[in-house]
Write a protein that binds this ligand. Structure first.
Ligand code: SF4
Length: 496
């Protein structure tokens, strides 16, 4: 179990806290066994085609809290994600019938001379400008490689500003170079909120924290049956709601990779119990998750009722669709725990999951509870996945793995990966809303969408005839994990 220490301004990075890795080639059972034994080691990748920045993941969680301003203490180039998240913020507001508001994002625009003379003055001014312009309930200051390298004393600036303005002004240490695992950025955002926003509880409420991105509100109906209410955090929560999330009856995860730190933090600091069963994906997964939730809430009878109703209502149609998927080969590419949940779901729908490329691997979560291990659960229920890779979105590896696995269908979680399905003539499904697949209804949702996706086979095959491939013949004959083992050269036509 990790110890969550909110006295420290910086979150301990995932590599150190959880032993997280970015590169692995083997089988699913091998990675599960090594994770349990504590012998998992990161392969040394000698070439990376691309990398994510953990500052972006921190921003992803902080930027859509309803009444805050976020200041990126960085050169303007680090603010590339402002437009992406502003767009998501607007779209998701519309979906929720909320008044439209733009993201309140600011950059201190650190320039070359600031790296010599310091930029704390600029930061002080930007905090005051942000406060005057948007009157936020809290201000978060996210850091960058530049502010980290020049050793800015951000803590004293935010402390002073917080006293002057009478609102929390909190640093989020998420310099890109701090961690090779971009999901450390989620932890940095939760550390910031636990440290600077969440208050000790004064009472218990009937709320259940759902730590999520900005998914649909599928938990409302489920929790209502138990007599509880969903509190979705952190996007679209207000500062007041976050202050009181310590008073909740429980915390649930839609993806432990996302929220392991927040769940453990609320549990360790304020005794909010975490539901440590794998998330509710697939029939079997939903049964287990409902039973775990019922147990924590002391309402096992309600859980059994929901299981009975769910089976009666959804399983017959799922079984009909399963007949159409029998013998089909599937490939999954997604974030770690979510990808593992998708493996579980696809197997339950009758697919032969021939391979997976997930973006990182956490051998353990912050709770230290092995029950949360989604992959171990998938392997013990449905058997091994022969070609299981940890590949932090290196398209070159994915392309080679797909060419070798020859799947009939790809399930992807991130937009940048789906184009390879189309280029290679393989029907590919991308689901942006992770809550779309939750529960029995979610399993049926997926079965229907997969069925439609498989129907696109002729279109995709035609499309692939006209698609170009940037990789050389040489690269296409290498093992997908070539660079994990010290290979040289990048394999694309420009740089081979
Ligand atoms: S923080 Fe560092 S890694 Fe992240 S965008 Fe800025 S320069 Fe790049």
């Amino acid at each position: 179990m990790s110890v969550i220490n909110i006295e420290e301004p910086n979150v301990v990075i995932r590599e150190k806290r959880l032993g997280t890795i970015n590169a692995f080639t083997g089988t699913a059972s091998e990675i599960v066994q090594k994770s349990e034994a504590g012998t998992l080691k990161d392969a040394k990748r000698k070439f990376s085609q691309c990398l994510g920045c953990n500052a972006q993941q921190a921003f992803c969680q902080l930027s859509m809290i309803k009444d805050v301003a976020v200041i990126n203490h960085a050169p303007i180039g680090c603010a590339g994600e402002f437009s992406d998240f502003n767009f998501t913020f607007r779209v998701e507001q519309e979906k929720r019938n909320l008044p439209e508001d733009i993201g309140r994002y600011f950059s201190t625009n650190i320039q070359e001379k600031d790296t010599v003379f310091g930029a704390t003055k600029k930061l002080e001014e930007t905090i005051h400008i942000a406060y005057e312009r948007v009157k936020p309930r809290a201000i978060f200051v996210t850091t960058s490689c530049a502010s980290g390298i020049i050793g800015e004393d951000i803590e004293s600036v935010v402390e002073k500003a917080s006293k002057e303005l009478g609102i929390p002004v909190v640093t989020c240490s998420c310099e890109g170079f701090r961690s090779k695992v971009w999901t450390t950025g989620f932890d940095a955002a939760y550390h910031t909120v636990l440290r600077g926003i969440v208050k000790p509880p004064t009472k218990k409420t009937n709320k259940i924290n759902v730590v999520n991105f900005w998914g649909s509100h599928v938990f409302d109906e489920i929790f209502e049956r138990f007599g509880y209410e969903a509190q979705y955090i952190m996007p679209f929560a207000s500062i007041e709601e976050l202050e009181h999330c310590s008073e909740a009856a429980a915390t649930i995860h839609i993806c432990p990779s996302l929220s392991t730190y927040m769940g453990a933090g609320l549990s360790q600091l304020y005794d909010v119990p975490e539901i440590t069963a794998p998330p509710a994906y697939g029939i079997d997964g939903t049964d287990g998750w409902l039973r775990a939730l019922g147990k924590v809430l002391g309402k096992e009878d309600v859980a059994e009722e929901l299981i009975r109703e769910g089976h009666e209502k959804y399983v017959p149609e799922i079984n009909k669709l399963k007949e159409r998927f029998k013998g089909k080969r599937a490939y999954v590419t997604a974030g770690a725990a979510h990808g593992q949940a998708l493996i579980h779901l696809l197997r339950e729908l009758g697919f032969d999951v021939v391979g997976a490329s997930v973006f990182h691997h956490d051998p353990i979560y912050d709770s230290g509870d092995r029950n949360m291990d989604v992959l171990a659960h998938a392997v013990s229920t449905y058997g091994d996945v022969k070609d299981y890779r940890v590949c932090n979105k290196q398209s070159c590896e994915l392309v080679n793995a797909l060419i070798r696995s020859k799947p009939d269908f790809i399930m992807a979680r991130h937009g940048g990966m789906t184009l390879w399905g189309a280029k290679l003539g393989i029907p590919t499904l991308l689901i942006g809303d992770e809550q779309f697949g939750i529960g029995y209804k979610g399993a049926l949702n997926y079965a229907r969408r997969i069925d439609e996706t498989l129907d696109s086979i002729e279109f995709i095959k035609n499309f692939s005839k006209h698609a170009s491939n940037p990789y050389t013949e040489w690269w296409l004959t290498q093992e997908p994990g070539y660079f994990q083992n010290g290979g040289k050269g990048c394999g694309c036509r420009e740089g081979a």
